[in-house]
Design a binder for this molecule. Structure first.
Ligand code: AMP
Ligand code: MG
Length: 500
């Protein structure tokens, strides 16, 4: 195929995935769009990648971010993968609307993929049009960057582009392209793709690639592939604990949406919980509540068991002998998750020391929050101010979040007994709590407001303002209180659509 002339814009590409065998991907260029316009370039992220944000925002840069021109050194491709979607096996998925331009190594030595999402059809598109629409692209941009600012491992958003084309969904909607950055786009489903085809050679090459790229220490372990599994499980346990601790609901935890590098990936109908309830689901496509908030750790465990199964041929020539260590490793997930979660809960409650009964204390609070329809984020944020040994007027804002204020008072008495066992001073405790209990999260109704302004009025000022608010989620931001508040009844977003 004759590649069109390459753009001169500078990306220091080193494309290790493209050097894997041909059956790992389909090589093709993105499909051009008619009238690309820049929505936003992420300046901080560009610097992290040692890219020039001004160049990205230049006319030639916009052509590249839209997929109209391919930068020099790029080896564009769509990755192959498979996966379980809502528990159902799908033997072939793959990038149906994304193109990996290549990999760059940023200033901290971390290798990262640069991918266009919404960049046209590929051999993996099946019935899809290969395109993405503005709303979900903005949602992914906002939530991914919000998560990054909250310190949660995640793919990032480098830029968003309007294509100037309409895309047919429930109605015609403006098309958009996201430039997504990830430590890699390799998924549990990538392993499934080769395992299900009994392609042990490809499986080994993929595992070696992942070890070299994401888990280099595993190479020196006695059993490197078992160490790989251990490492993926540990990162995933840590990741899902982080989600639970900030009330994040992924919405589509299919095995093809679980990154092997332990980053949050594929933001679709995701949302942050306002009122705390463990059974919360937002996604309109999750009718059975499979991916409800409280199910996320269990689903991660299930997905990792699938990964372990895929790795069996690499663990031992004798499959019977491979099963036991794989099972033992997978069985460690609940313990790792519970430890990470409890450690995080202690920090949220201002507890630096470990005591028996801390889990019960936290569970008791959560139960009362659920019964009293308390806002998840604000409860913990306001607790930071109330973390004194005796009640003060700082109790009032927390109390007010509970339908029955007494439900909080009764718990607070137990909490204060526990706080009294802690060393360290109160000011320090308050500061520590504020560092883990954010004031600003990408609340669903705020995201919806931004999307509405962009879709209906091409007004991106609300998007810019929200991005600025979310950049420092743990700091008080005077004048921006409205962004901390849960939705008023008429602002509640009942369902979040995938809107692919
Ligand atoms: P997702 O739900 O975004 O994780 O996507 C699941 C699968 O469907 C992936 O293989 C995507 O590439 C594919 N897909 C989603 N939307 C489209 C689309 N508009 N055109 C082509 N493929 C798509
Ligand atoms: Mg996906």
């Amino acid at each position: 195929m004759n590649a069109p002339e390459r753009a001169d814009i500078f990306f220091p590409f080193d494309n290790s995935y493209a050097r894997l065998p041909d059956r790992f991907f389909a090589r093709l260029d993105p499909e051009p769009v008619s009238a690309p316009r820049l929505i936003r370039v992420n300046t901080d992220l560009a610097h992290l990648l040692e890219l020039d944000p001004a160049q990205l925002a230049s006319p030639e840069g916009i052509e590249v971010l839209a997929g109209n021109r391919v930068p020099k050194g790029s080896d564009p491709l769509a990755m192959a993968y498979a996966g379980h979607q809502f528990g159902n096996w799908v033997p072939q998925l793959g990038d149906g609307r994304a193109i990996l331009l290549g990999e760059v190594v940023g200033h901290n030595g971390i290798r990262r993929d640069i991918q266009l999402k919404g960049s046209g059809r590929t051999p993996f598109s099946r019935m899809g049009d290969g395109r993405a629409v503005l709303g979900p692209i903005l949602r992914e941009y906002i939530v991914a960057e919000g998560m990054a600012a909250l310190g949660v491992p995640t793919t990032r958003a480098l830029a968003a582009i309007l294509t100037g084309e309409k895309v047919a969904r429930e109605k015609f909607l403006p098309g958009a392209v996201l430039t997504r950055v990830a430590q890699s786009h390799i998924r549990v489903g990538t392993f499934q793709f080769f395992a299900s085809r009994r392609d042990d050679e490809a499986l080994r090459l993929l595992a070696d690639h992942v070890i070299e790229r994401h888990y280099p220490d595993a190479a020196n372990a006695e059993r490197p592939y078992l160490a790989l599994l251990e490492n993926v499980i540990a990162r995933q346990a840590e990741l899902v604990a982080r989600w639970q601790l900030i009330g994040f609901i992924h919405g589509v935890m299919n095995t093809d949406n679980m990154s092997i590098a332990g980053e949050t990936i594929d933001y679709g109908p995701c949302a942050f919980m306002d009122t705390y309830h463990p059974e919360t689901v937002y996604s309109s496509i999750d009718q059975m509540g499979r991916y409800a908030y409280a199910n996320q750790p269990g689903i991660a465990h299930w997905n990792l068991a699938i990964l372990a199964q895929c790795l069996l041929p690499l663990l031992d020539e004798n499959q019977e002998k491979a099963i036991e260590p794989a099972q033992e490793t997978v069985d460690r997930f609940p313990g790792l998750y519970n430890d990470a979660y409890l450690t995080g809960l202690r920090a949220k409650l201002g507890l630096r020391e470990k005591r028996d009964g801390d889990k019960d204390l936290a569970d008791d609070l959560l139960k009362r929050m659920a019964e009293n329809e308390a806002d998840f984020t604000l409860t913990f944020r306001h607790l930071s101010d109330a973390a004194t040994l005796l009640p003060t007027e700082a109790d009032a804002p927390v109390r007010a979040l509970f339908n029955e204020g007494n439900a909080f008072d009764a718990w607070a008495e137990l909490w204060r007994k526990r706080l009294a066992q802690e060393a360290g001073d109160e000011t320090e405790r308050e500061a520590d709590m504020r560092r883990v209990n954010p004031a600003f999260i990408p609340r669903n109704h705020l995201v919806a407001e931004v999307i509405e302004a962009a879709e209906e009025r091409e007004d991106f000022k609300p998007f810019e303002e929200l991005m600025s608010v979310l950049a420092t989620p743990f700091e008080g931001q005077p004048g921006r209180e409205r962004f901390t508040l849960p939705p008023r009844p008429e602002q509640v977003v009942r369902q979040t659509f995938c809107g692919t």
